[in-house]
Design a protein around this ligand. Structure first.
Ligand code: C2E
Ligand code: CA
Ligand code: CA
Ligand code: CA
Length: 275
């Protein structure tokens, strides 16, 4: 029995060792990615639920990993978050998003996702201020999307950071709303400019009365606090029309458009030359 037990441990150790090794390789590759400019941003439009006019775009990071193709954030952001890498990636993302936004219509906002660790980075506020100054982007056009994980650790500190960010003139959205433990209390205690309903509720909304009730409750809560709502993950016209009838202001999802690289008009091929 003892022998078998030890054998088990050995297998376990080997598996664990493998996991560590993979993580180390990924971290090393991420360092190279930062140095080698391997990240790209794709942008997904957000539209008015009534007119379908574009009101803004969310920046979503992708990693163009040599030999492996396009890598999606769910596979590398969690690893980057376990080290200071996330701060470098985050700084790059904010800058690249603002540089893109100055090239597009001045009525459209740009939204950038912040991880919890990046939100608590003592340099964040100064970094954002620098990027705004250097790119010349109107601060009111920049929106940072945070999740409640960023607020959980230290409410006092989070409140201070939010106030400093808002003092720059930028907007703050609460992402993945409804998936956390204390969404309600956060909406009450922090000054959000927008709530994003998590796509899990949107996906279940049409078939399931309970999910629909949750979506309705989120929208009326937000509206009672004068906060506009955006629904993410909208994939069908049924979802879009239900959300519109519930007075959800903005829609985002594959129904409207998939995330894609942004090409500025001056980079696009001049149409007159094609004739
Ligand atoms: P998120 O902020 O909740 O972003 C929405 C995700 O849903 C995106 O996945 C988007 O491509 C996807 N999506 C949009 N519309 C639809 C739809 O109609 N149906 C479905 N099924 N999915 C839809 P993506 O780009 O893979 O990003 C995943 C997550 O990675 C994001 O979730 C966000 O938490 C994180 N992330 C993305 N970019 C960044 C970044 O620059 N920095 C940080 N820290 N996190 C990022
Ligand atoms: Ca988001
Ligand atoms: Ca989300
Ligand atoms: Ca998310």
């Amino acid at each position: 029995a003892k022998e078998a037990g030890r054998g088990c441990y050995r297998v376990y150790d080997a598996a664990l060792h493998e996991v560590h090794e993979q993580k180390r390789d990924l971290e090393a590759a991420l360092h190279e990615a930062i140095e080698g400019d391997q990240f790209v941003l794709h942008f997904q439009p957000k539209v008015c639920s009534h007119t379908r006019a574009i009101v803004g775009r969310e920046a979503l990071i992708r990693w163009n990993r040599p030999g492996r193709g396009m890598v999606y954030p769910d596979t590398f952001i969690p690893v980057a978050e376990q080290s200071l890498l996330i701060n470098d990636i985050g700084r790059w993302t904010i800058r690249a998003a603002c540089e893109a936004a100055v090239k597009w219509d001045a009525t459209e906002t740009v939204a950038v996702n912040l991880s919890a660790r990046q939100f608590l980075d003592p340099d964040l506020v100064a970094d954002v201020r620098d990027v705004l100054r250097e790119t010349g982007l109107n601060p009111a056009r920049l929106e940072l999307e945070i999740t409640e994980t960023a607020l959980i650790l230290n409410k006092q500190l989070a409140a201070t950071i939010l106030m400093e960010l808002k003092a720059l003139g930028i907007k703050i959205a609460l992402d993945d709303f409804g998936t956390g433990y204390s969404s309600m209390s956060y909406v009450q205690s922090f000054p959000f400019d927008r709530l994003k309903i998590d796509r899990s509720f949107v996906a279940a909304m049409n078939g399931d009365r309970k999910s629909r009730a949750i979506v309705e409750a989120i929208i009326s809560l937000a509206h009672s606090l004068d906060i506009p709502v955006v629904a993410e993950g909208v994939e069908t016209e049924e979802q879009a029309s239900l959300l519109r009838s519930l007075l959800c202001e903005e829609l985002q999802g594959f129904l409207i458009a998939r995330p894609e690289p942004f090409t500025s008009p001056d980079q696009a091929e001049p149409k007159s030359d094609k004739a």
